[in-house]
Design a protein around this ligand. Structure first.
Ligand code: SF4
Ligand code: SF4
Length: 356
């Protein structure tokens, strides 16, 4: 088995993010929707109404975005199905070379395992220094997964995972993550799924809340699920330092989400530290909020569009549990870093008391 990157490798994404944060006065974390194409039909899809568009940014337009985006610490690719874009490797390479991106995450439904394997292979060959995380989605055991997502989605994601694991054997900078969307519809299978995934040899299993508040589990059930997710995450971690850092930040993010659902919104940095660019060029502070304009109106000059349109988070948003922005909020408030060891210790204490 290839050794995992260890604490420094695992934490590099956070350190790189922090290094870049605030350096330019513009966001250092870009969520880039590279396509609106997707062969899936997941009922919970939060971009469902925008899928199947015919007006996606071309490679040349994205080249102009990259040329004007300045320094970026992290790039999160989204879609649609990102790997349906045949020039995805070239797009990511462009941001690595022009914008100094050192951390890139790409989710996938696994609709086309050949494309996932081929594009990822090109990227790891071209950028051995890039911390690349590819995350196929599996929400439940096969029968329920295929009901919650679309028929055949489990098998596609499993094949993509196996192909990625084969690549990781030669490219340890590649992180293979199973991504699960947790809702009231699959929470009863969470334990069984976590056990199953633990046998596959992936680097991590991330479990995040469904975006639609109507499909959230009840808060007491969610708190219990959060506890089990933390315990499960621990089995993917090595050194004590890694456990404190990663589990502490996960525990803190979980607490912020629970508070947000209970009516205590967090201080969001959407639009300041993180910005979202849709496949058609629309610019948003975050995915749930409407666009403030379109980079095409600024000749795809992202810096000029950002400075003119000024996308910003409102002062408060009800029941938002969007993890990218919660993590960015934690990362951008140094005082919150002090909470990480305490969040970890609280989790450990709860586990010890529970065992007694
Ligand atoms: S695979 Fe992803 S983008 Fe496609 S419908 Fe499902 S959730 Fe939406
Ligand atoms: S709290 Fe949520 S909805 Fe509000 S700006 Fe932040 S990410 Fe967007």
């Amino acid at each position: 088995m290839v050794p995992r990157p260890g604490f420094l490798g695992s934490s590099r994404k956070y350190l790189d993010y922090l290094r870049q944060s605030g350096a330019t006065g513009r966001p250092s974390y870009l969520i880039l929707f590279v396509t609106s194409a997707c062969g899936g039909s997941c009922p919970h899809c939060f971009v469902g109404s925008r899928l199947g568009g015919t007006n996606d940014l071309s490679f040349d337009e994205l080249a102009r975005v990259s040329a004007t985006a300045g320094s970026l610490g992290a790039l999160l690719i989204s879609g649609g199905e990102p790997f349906s874009r045949s020039d995805l490797a070239e797009i990511v390479s462009m941001f690595v070379e022009n914008n100094g991106v050192r951390v890139c995450a790409i989710p996938t439904s696994g609709q086309d395992p050949d494309a996932v394997a081929g594009i990822t292979a090109r990227l790891v060959r071209a950028h051995p220094e890039l911390h690349l995380s590819v995350a196929p989605s599996i929400d439940a055991l096969e029968p329920l997964n295929d009901r919650l997502r679309y028929p055949g989605s489990y098998r596609g994601a499993r094949e993509a995972i196996d192909r990625l694991l084969a690549l990781r054997a030669k490219a340890p900078q590649l992180e293979v993550v199973v991504h699960t969307v947790l809702s009231r519809h699959n929470i009863h299978q969470l334990d069984a799924l976590m056990e199953e995934v633990a046998g596959w040899g992936v680097d991590s299993h991330s479990v995040e809340l469904i975006r639609d508040p109507r499909s959230l589990p009840p808060l007491p059930a969610l708190r219990e699920a959060h506890r089990r997710v933390l315990a499960n995450r621990a089995r993917y971690l090595g050194s004590p330092l890694e456990r404190v850092g990663i589990l502490g930040s996960l525990a803190l993010a979980q607490r912020i989400k629970e508070r947000s659902i209970a009516g205590r919104p967090f201080r969001c940095v959407a639009g300041r530290r993180v910005v979202v660019l849709d496949a058609d060029g629309a610019l948003r502070p975050c995915e749930p909020l409407p666009p403030v304009g379109n980079v095409r109106d600024f000749d795809c000059d992202l810096a000029r569009a950002y400075d003119s349109l000024g996308p910003r988070a409102p002062s408060s948003c009800e029941a938002c549990t969007h993890v990218c922005f919660i993590n960015a909020s934690i990362a951008s408030q140094p005082v919150r870093w002090l909470e990480l060891p305490f969040a970890y210790l609280r989790h450990r204490l709860e586990e010890v008391l529970r065992d007694d």
